[in-house]
Design a protein around this ligand. Structure first.
Ligand code: FAD
Length: 389
């Protein structure tokens, strides 16, 4: 859809992840519909919770990463395939990488997060990541190489036993099927330190059943092309040898990322401080949504579920600001967690029940693969789960 960059009446949404896409789609359903511009450098939306299923070929790229043009067509949303470099909140303009200047009436910042290396040498040089389609291709290639020359003495290492690390490790274990050893490294005392107890127990069982070597209380000191140096954080510390690897995947944490905001605004790292109505504190007509935003009083987790629900709320509050009304506080509705735990298995805690195993897998999959006008069929259903309606 064509748009006028100097339209000072436009709502500009920066970032087309869960938060930004939901905000833009929710705005497009409002009456009267405002002019909406979504600035996102990528041509495809990636449904990150399903990236494991793409790796295992249980789902295809068109299901997991639909192009924005198919998601946004005929919804009155202009997609600018560009990156915002800086924001002038006094002039109410944005500058993009391609040199465009954009005006806005209301701005919604949804730039999300990127992997964080904690200043550990070698992370960005030698570790594989797991966030986009290229990462999936590279990891698939590595799996093929390991399968071609199976050797139980060769190792694949996954750093970080949060949800991404655990789900990925279980999927990799099933795909490799003994072609290599799997080592999961975690600084904390248990895997999934922030998960619901049921999912945590199920994950521990799933890892144990697959023969994954789980190293708890273990800190990564440095990574090279074929080795990872470690330090034990046990009390008393245990001697710990480096692990020689044929591939290491970094799933140890993320940091928020935001364009430069000025002229009278000081960013805390890159994270945007927001009030309960999702407005960036100290800036008028600017909202912060999803992983990039934080509120001191509510520790909303950095999840797709929060990003989706905040996106819906942000659209309502943008419309309130445009109408001169008072924006409403955001209330998070915690719907629990669904986790994939290998091929054909999953664990679910939420909506008043817990379930694990093949039935949970089918329920999770069904939740992703039913109706969804606007996004693909699968995405619609996933969002229905995550949004709770
Ligand atoms: C592999 C994986 C699996 C996950 N699984 C789950 C799960 O099962 N359940 C769950 O709840 N959460 C899950 N998460 C976490 C969840 O995906 C994030 O919390 C969620 O994506 C946050 O949404 P967001 O829109 O804030 O940020 P993001 O999804 O990170 O999107 C940010 C977007 O902003 C764009 N952007 C960045 N900078 C700029 C700029 N300067 N200009 C324009 N655009 C910009 C980026 O290209 C990106 O598209 C998973 C994460 C990963 C990596």
């Amino acid at each position: 859809m064509a748009f006028n960059p100097s339209n000072a009446n436009a709502v500009v949404v920066v970032g087309g992840g869960f938060a930004g896409l939901t905000t833009a789609l929710a705005l497009s359903r409002c009456q009267p519909r405002p002019p909406i511009v979504l600035v996102e450098p990528n041509s495809r939306f990636i449904f990150l919770p399903l990236l494991y299923e793409l790796l295992s070929a249980e789902l295809q790229a068109w299901e997991v990463a639909p192009p924005y043009h198919s998601l946004l067509c005929e919804r009155g949303i202009a997609h600018l395939e560009d990156r915002v470099e800086s924001i002038d909140t006094k002039a109410k303009t944005l500058s993009t990488s391609s040199g465009l200047a954009l005006s806005y009436s209301q701005l919604v910042l949804c730039t999300g997060s990127v992997p964080k290396d904690f200043d550990i040498p070698g992370v960005f040089e030698h570790a594989l990541m797991f966030r986009n389609l290229d990462d999936v291709q590279i990891l698939r290639q590595r799996i093929r190489e390991l399968q071609l020359r199976p050797d139980p003495n060769q190792a694949l290492v996954i750093v970080g036993a949060g949800p991404t690390g655990v789900e990925l490790t279980c999927k990799l274990a099933d795909l490799l099927d003994g072609a290599a050893e799997l080592h999961l490294l975690e600084l904390g005392e248990r895997v999934l330190p922030n998960a619901k107890a049921f999912n945590q127990e199920q994950a521990e069982q799933a890892l144990s059943k697959r023969g994954v070597h789980v190293h708890l209380c273990t800190q990564v000191l440095a990574i090279s092309s074929n080795q990872v140096e470690l330090e034990s954080k046990q009390q008393p510390p245990l001697p710990i040898s480096p692990i020689t690897h044929r591939g290491l995947v970094w799933a140890a944490g993320t940091r928020p990322v935001s364009p430069a905001v000025g002229p009278d605004f000081v960013l805390n790292g890159a994270r945007l401080p927001i009030n309960s109505c999702l407005e960036v504190i100290g800036l008028s007509d600017v909202l912060g949504v999803g992983d990039v935003a934080y509120n001191d009083d509510y520790s909303w987790p950095s999840t797709a579920q929060v990003a989706l629900q905040q996106g819906e709320a942000a659209a309502q509050n943008v419309m309130a600001l445009r109408a001169g009304k008072v924006p409403q506080p955001f209330e998070f509705n915690d719907l629990g967690e669904m986790m994939s735990l290998g091929i054909g298995e999953a664990s679910i805690t939420g909506l008043g029940f817990t379930l694990a195993g093949p039935l949970a897998f089918h329920m999770r999959r069904a939740a992703y693969l039913t109706k969804l006008p606007g996004l693909s069929l699968g995405l619609r259903s996933a969002c229905t789960w995550l949004l709770g309606h």
